[in-house]
Design a protein around this ligand. Sequence first.
Ligand code: NDP
Length: 268
Amino acid sequence: MLEEVRQGVARRVAGGGPRPHLSVVLVGHHPASETYVRHKHRDAEQVGITSSDHRLPETVSTEEVVELVGHLNADPAVSGILVQTPLPPQVATGVALEAVDPARDVDGLHPLNQGRLLRDEEALVACTPAGILRLLDDHQVEIEGRRAVVIGRSTIVGKPVAILLLRRNATVTVCHSRTRELDEISRQADILVAALGRPHFVRPEMVKEGAAVVDVGINPVDGKLRGDVDPAVAEKAGWLSPVPGGVGPMTRAMLMWNTLKAEQLRRP
Ligand code: NDP
């Protein structure tokens, strides 16, 4: 996928277009965020997208974040803007994310893009759910008419992935912490997406023989990365996107894809 983006960028530049640029807003010093952002810049460099960091101190106010985002919105050279979360508690995350120009919202978290997704309109879709669909497609997992179960209903993963699966004519059930008889429901899934943030929650007895299972979870346990799916599920599933690997790298690649897409949509 990164190679596809690299070629797309090269074609635009060869045609005289501007090189896409990704601006990342980073507030304070959050070790995990620092790592994510470093990866993003490395991915960008690999595909020929330029990128920059815009750092603000931990003590910043919501207004100051919004002001910086406003400057980036007004800069014609900026193709995509990403406000790295989590933000410090005094900053209203919703306000900061909503300040991003929807046409540059490469994280797909602006309400306008989420609304467009609901209405089946062209939108910048959040990277993790978009990446999950791309993974299923690239591995020829049939979606139409099949029963999909999504465990987790967050705005970033669970809900948008459920909508994307619905859009592709799956019959979708969304489960959450109040769901009763979750095991019984998950056993009916042809496609099971685990996005709840509970290490090794999905055990083999919760999975239908031959199902396609997507593990989204990233749970640090004793210095190691654990997914939401017990690795023993691999013996029962027909197809498994594991952790580490799978959705994480795909999410990163999708950010590059969205940066190019934002540029293409804004300046066709
Ligand atoms: P949230 O904490 O925002 O949402 C978790 C969801 O899971 C909630 O809807 C919650 O239900 C549900 N849930 C929690 N416990 C249970 C349970 N015991 N049974 C059923 N449902 C439960 O998490 P995110 O959606 O942001 O992330 C989910 C996981 O995916 C995390 O591990 C996160 O690190 C990972 N992630 C990975 C990404 C990647 O790039 N690979 C990107 C984003 C996230 P309720 O709504 O009722 O509280």
